[in-house]
Write a protein that binds this ligand. Structure first.
Ligand code: SAM
Length: 211
């Protein structure tokens, strides 16, 4: 864990587990990188295949470090520093976890409905797990909530949420997002820039193809 003027600098790692890095993941990862810079934390995207060409939106982002090695390899001698955010964990994340761990690990997995528990791929590696409540969040939301708990010391139960928001595609059609989001100041779900437009465009293709 590094420190600047006595402030601990924690690392947030998303282990990319999907075979591709499509537009949804791109918007989520870019948003995590931008927010990490504002919060003064480090953001790593690990297990990025060397042959994968990064989308332009993720290239040259100062606040994003691309790591081709897996988190298991990076922390094989140091697993105790790592907290896996795991929907199946039995202990909820608390502000005190910011003193127990300095690395917070997330599955780089697009949400699915019903959830397929692909976070188990990381659980099997033996990292300590913490849950962020009973409802599935998008990866950027899970990182946002973890930062609020660990960096700002806000207990999970005091964070305002919007569950399963309905997005209006046009005047006749709407779609329900099967996730929990943080509620922003005007009561809307906090989503990466460009995500609502992407959802609207993709909803014409059929939501089932995306999950
Ligand atoms: N359906 C998923 C699965 O297969 O495990 C959940 C994927 S979720 C979109 C992406 C990541 O966000 C998870 O791997 C986990 O690290 C984190 N996450 C999402 N909701 C969570 C929750 N309620 N508690 C803990 N972690 C969560």
């Amino acid at each position: 864990m590094g420190s600047i003027s006595g402030k601990k600098i924690r690392s947030y790692i998303v282990e990319h587990l999907d075979p591709e890095l499509g537009p949804w993941s791109t918007l989520e990862y870019r948003s995590i990188a931008q927010d990490s810079a504002k919060a003064g934390v480090r953001f790593f995207l690990s297990s990025v295949p060397t042959v994968m060409s990064l989308p332009p939106e993720l290239r040259d982002l100062e606040s994003l470090t691309i790591e081709h090695r897996s988190v298991e390899k990076l922390f094989q001698e140091d697993k105790g520093r790592v907290c896996l955010l795991d929907p199946a964990a039995t202990v909820e994340l608390s502000p005190e976890d910011g003193t127990k761990f300095d690395v917070f690990l997330f599955g780089g997995i697009l949400g699915d409905d019903p959830p397929r528990d692909r976070t188990s791929e990381l659980r099997k590696k033996g990292f300590s797990g913490r849950r962020l409540g009973p409802i599935q969040m998008t990866t950027d939301t899970a990182v946002r909530v973890t930062r609020m708990v660990v960096e700002q010391k806000v207990p999970l139960k005091d964070i305002p949420y919007v569950d399963y928001p309905e997005l209006h595609i046009d005047e006749n059609e709407s779609t329900e997002m099967p996730f929990r989001y943080v509620k922003d100041a005007d009561g809307s779900p906090c989503m990466p820039e460009g995500m609502v437009d992407l959802i609207k465009a993709d909803s014409e293709k059929g939501f089932g193809d995306l999950l």
